[in-house]
Each structure stands twice: as C-alpha cells, then as structure tokens.
Design a binder for this molecule. Structure first.
Ligand code: ADP
Length: 302
C-alpha cells in the first residue's frame, strides 16, 4: 500500500453574514461570524485521511494562532503534519468571506502558502516518499514552486495528480509531468477554451489535455458527475443523487478520496466511484472540512 502526500494551501476561513455589502468608509453590524479551517490542500488532505489512508501534508502556515488552529484541525482528522513549516514574518493564509444578499464576496490572502520554500517540498519528498506514492497538488500556493514540485515528484517515481484549481495559466512543459489532471467545468474552459457542457465538448477537452501530454484527465461536472480519459478510453461516472445543501468542498473531497483510493491500488474508474460518493456526501452538509465524510459513510452509500 502506498500513501498520499499533499502539497498545498492551509487557510483559516473567516466568514461573516452582513445585511448588505458595506460601502466605502462605512461600518455595519454583521452576524454569524465563523472561523473554520480550510484551504484546498488542507481540505484534500482531510478527505484522504478520512479514508484511513496514511496522508502527509506539506506546506506552510505563519507563527500565529490561525496557524496553530489549522494544523490542529488536520491532526484531529489524522493527517500527518510534521512537514508543515511555521514561517516567521508572514501570516497564515486567510479567506475573508462576506455573506451578503445571497452571495459570497471573498478576499484571499495567501500569506504563508505563497511563501513556502521549494526545498520544504523537495526535502519532504526525499525523506517521506517512496516510488509509487501519490503526490497531490493544487494551485493555491506559489505557481513556480508547485510546478517544480510536480516535476521533482515525478522524477522521484511518485504518481502525480494536479487539481488545477483555482485556475492559472500553466507552463506547457508541466503537463508531461502530470499523471492525472483533474479540473472542474470552469477550469476546463479556462485552460482549453472548450466548455465540457456537451458530450462533444467533453471529448474535445479531454483530447486537448491528452495532446498536451497528460496521461489521464478527469473533468468533474458537479451534479452531472465526472468523465475521464484514460489512455485512449473515455469513462463516465454519474453522480449519487442526495439532497445537496452546500457544495463547498465537494471538489476537494472528490480529489482527496480519488488520491486515497488510487494509493490503495484501486483502478481509476473504481477510485472515481468512491470519489463521487464522497463528493455527493460532502454536499449534504454545510462547511468545508466538517462536511467531508468518513470511510464508513462512503462505504454505506456505495
Ligand atoms: P468543484 O467543487 O471543484 O467545482 P464539482 O462541483 O464538479 O467540483 O464536484 C466534484 C464532484 O462532486 C462531482 O464530480 C460529483 O461527483 C460530486 N458532486 C458535486 N455536486 C454534486 C451534487 N449536487 N450532487 C451529487 N454529487 C455532486
């Protein structure tokens, strides 16, 4: 059995309800303040660890109370955090969320996530990883560091997964170092200029990623499920129909569970089934990390 090594962001999400969006220079009274651990990297690590798989988090926080809290949340979920560095003179990443008029307005300060030195990732790979382990990254940390880390992980014999979220323009040579690329509909459109909203669109987008050198591409399609191109074959996975209350972290849950099941030797289509069940369960509860299901819940749904 191999393990999962997640390189990515750790954030504290600070969310407050407002009766309306305040104007410039104005102070208003809000309600329902919530501080909850998040960040795509951290959420995906939690999803992997909840499947009972050995999961390491690699990344950085600031030397502050938010840093302590977000690491504590990962440790409580069973994620190994020895490779999360606490950096001086930089704050823990935050997402400040104003909930007003039925919409969210979000400001992200990447803080320590953008300052993670590349050697933190490379030395973690040298010290912890074995060939065949899964390396899972997203795009909330510094782009150059992430691209270098993927190349280093691949050279070290790891199976590399990139979740290209939030979307960024990637250097063309990174695609060949990615064993499995996962994008949602918006990211797919931004990277290929093709909307995967029809059967033909999906096929064309999957072909476009293959042409860039990606071995396997998975496109997640929200309530419509997901679709993958593995070598020359295309597979569709329907979604599990549950009562969705809040889709936050559905994608992160899907990625973490996909990586976890691949590390246990499942083939990609079986791993997609587990990921779809877990993603659907995450939509039935509010919030990010606390909405991610346990192994027992996913087993029951499957
Ligand atoms: P993201 O959150 O990155 O936009 P998606 O919305 O595509 O990602 O969701 C990822 C996966 O989670 C989907 O492929 C699907 O399997 C599952 N999922 C998402 N939304 C729903 C839903 N409303 N009902 C059932 N499953 C869902």
């Amino acid at each position: 059995m191999s393990k999962v090594i997640v390189f990515g962001s750790l954030n504290m999400d600070l969310s407050v309800g407002c009766p309306r969006v305040p104007g410039a220079g104005e102070t208003i009274i809000g309600h329902g303040f919530l501080a909850s651990p998040g960040g795509k990297g951290a959420n995906q690590a939690v999803a992997s660890a909840r499947m009972g798989v050995v999961t390491h988090m690699v990344g950085a926080v600031g030397k502050d109370v938010f840093g302590t809290r977000v690491v504590q949340s990962l440790v409580e979920a069973g994620v190994l955090c020895e490779r999360v560095r606490a950096l001086k003179n930089v704050p823990t990443g935050t997402a400040t969320i104003l909930r007003a008029e039925g919409d969210n307005r979000i400001v992200v300060d990447p803080g320590a996530n953008a300052a993670t030195p590349a050697d933190v990732v490379c030395s973690a790979i040298d010290d912890i990883a074995k060939p065949g382990d899964i390396f899972l990254a997203q795009l909330e940390c510094d782009l150059d560091t992430t691209v270098d880390a993927i190349a280093y992980a691949r050279e070290s014999g790891l199976y590399t997964i990139l979740n290209a979220a939030p979307v960024a323009m990637l250097p063309s040579d990174v695609y060949q170092a990615i064993d499995l690329l996962c994008v949602n509909e918006t990211e797919c459109k931004a990277l290929t200029d093709i909307s995967p909203d029809t059967e033909r669109g999906c096929m064309r987008a999957l072909m476009a990623f293959s042409a860039r050198g990606v071995a396997t591409t998975v496109i997640t399609l929200g309530a419509k499920g997901s679709v993958a191109r593995i070598a020359d074959d295309v597979y569709r996975m329907g979604s599990f129909e549950l009562n969705a209350a809040d889709t936050t972290a559905a994608g992160d849950t899907y990625l973490g569970v996909l990586a976890a099941q691949l590390s246990q030797g499942l083939d990609i289509v079986d791993a997609m089934r587990w990921a779809s069940a877990a993603g659907a369960l995450a939509t039935t509860r509010e919030g990010a990390q606390r909405s991610i299901p346990s192994l027992a819940e996913v087993q029951k749904l499957l």
